[in-house]
Design a protein around this ligand. Structure first.
Ligand code: GLN
Length: 202
């Protein structure tokens, strides 16, 4: 893990579950910094946009002058991983938005359904098969989670879930330097998604 510890990973710390990502990165021996200012981006090797509330995160980012710098970061091909609300922010298109729409950073050629899995009461945990990880499924925690309804041709689908309505939807993707998961790996003890992102960074 020594080569990994040379990278510095930023976690966008405007709102939501940023601390859990920071802790998991540090557990892996990686330098992790909470990002609240545009000036911090230049020193990073990768950025995680955490789960939380994508509308609030977008509003705070607007207020703090972070939207354009973050768009530039994502669109210039820097490694970025969005979990849950972070996945929504990375999407080019979203459905189920609040009236008047919401700020998206874009970059990921997908359409997300913002609250696909319903309200807070519809949170659930499932053993998610992920072919990249072999035979051991990932304990995926979904909290008011989005899902990807459509993905463009350059988007690699990493995991899918069959919802209670019988529909199969995409819940993890990779496209170039972008990674997105609809669930919360930072709330588990399983470090495999964080390790995958670190591989994308180095
Ligand atoms: N559905 C939420 C949103 O729109 C995301 C929930 C989460 O990040 N746990 O932001």
């Amino acid at each position: 893990m020594t080569e990994k510890s040379e990278s510095t990973i930023g976690v966008l710390a405007l709102q939501g579950a940023f601390l859990e990502h920071v802790k998991m990165l540090r557990r892996l021996g990686v330098q992790a910094v909470e990002v609240r200012k545009a000036e911090q981006l230049a020193a990073l090797d990768g950025l995680i946009i955490p789960g939380g509330e994508s509308t609030s995160m977008g509003l705070i980012a607007e207020r703090w002058g972070l939207v354009e710098p973050l768009r530039q970061w994502v669109h210039s091909g820097r490694p970025t991983w969005g979990t849950c609300a972070g996945m929504i922010l990375l999407a080019e298109r979203a459905t189920g938005q609040k009236r008047g729409g919401q700020t998206l950073l874009g970059g990921l050629d997908v359409t997300v359904n913002r609250n696909y899995f319903g309200r807070q009461v519809d949170s659930f945990e499932t053993d998610l098969p992920v072919s990249l990880f072999g035979d051991v499924p990932f304990p995926a925690i979904f909290i008011r989670a989005p899902a990807i309804a459509e993905a463009g041709p350059t988007v690699e689908v990493l995991a899918q879930v069959t919802a209670s309505n019988g529909e199969t939807v995409i819940v993890a993707v990779r496209q170039g330097a972008l990674l997105a998961t609809a669930f919360h790996p930072e709330l588990t003890q399983d470090t495999r998604w964080h390790e995958l992102f670190l591989e994308m960074v180095t």
